[in-house]
Design a protein. Structure first.
Length: 170
């Protein structure tokens, strides 16, 4: 089995983490999943997009946590999260972030032939790269690099003035 790098179809088998987002079956390449956590206390981020639910403290580092359903534009009913709500700690493009999903279904291995590349996913605005057919339930393959590369994450953003002032005092 090999890693999935931008849907490298030279691999014969690919490891995937399958999960549910509301009623949608989805998956992420295992190479992007660091760990699965139960929901923890999140620090609110004022003026963040609605899909950013806050920051989790991970061994002294602040990690943004996004509701994947809302990030994908899927309306979530106003049902509060529970302690059993999973957060997938992911890494892509040298960024760590948490993705809130509804249920983790498990780790699977998919054969290369089970990936269907769809033209609908290639226009640059979708967050999926393929459909993975496995048994009776096909799953949409989430493009974690697109999730990490757009929206809340800003490359080389300048520090706010207050932080610059504090840095001068250290």
């Amino acid at each position: 089995m090999c890693a999935l790098k931008s849907l490298d179809m030279t691999c014969e088998r690919v490891g995937l983490l399958r999960f549910k987002i509301l009623e949608l079956d989805a998956c992420i390449a295992l190479e992007h999943v660091v760990k699965v956590f139960p929901l923890m206390e999140l620090q609110t981020v004022p003026d963040a997009p609605g899909y950013v639910k806050g920051l989790m403290n991970l061994r002294g580092s602040s990690v943004p946590v996004l509701d994947l359903a809302e990030r994908l534009g899927i309306a979530r009913p106003s049902v509060p999260y529970t302690i059993d709500t999973p957060i997938l700690l992911c890494e892509a493009m040298n960024k760590r972030f948490g993705l809130i999903v509804d249920e983790v279904l498990g780790v699977v291995t998919a054969e290369r032939e089970s990936f269907q590349l769809r033209s609908e996913f290639q226009d640059g605005v979708q967050f999926f790269t393929a459909v993975v057919n496995g048994g009776n339930n096909p799953a949409l393959l989430v493009d974690v690099e697109r999730i990490a590369g757009k929206g809340f994450f800003v490359e080389n953003a300048p520090l706010p003035v207050a932080v610059e002032t504090l840095k001068g005092c250290l």
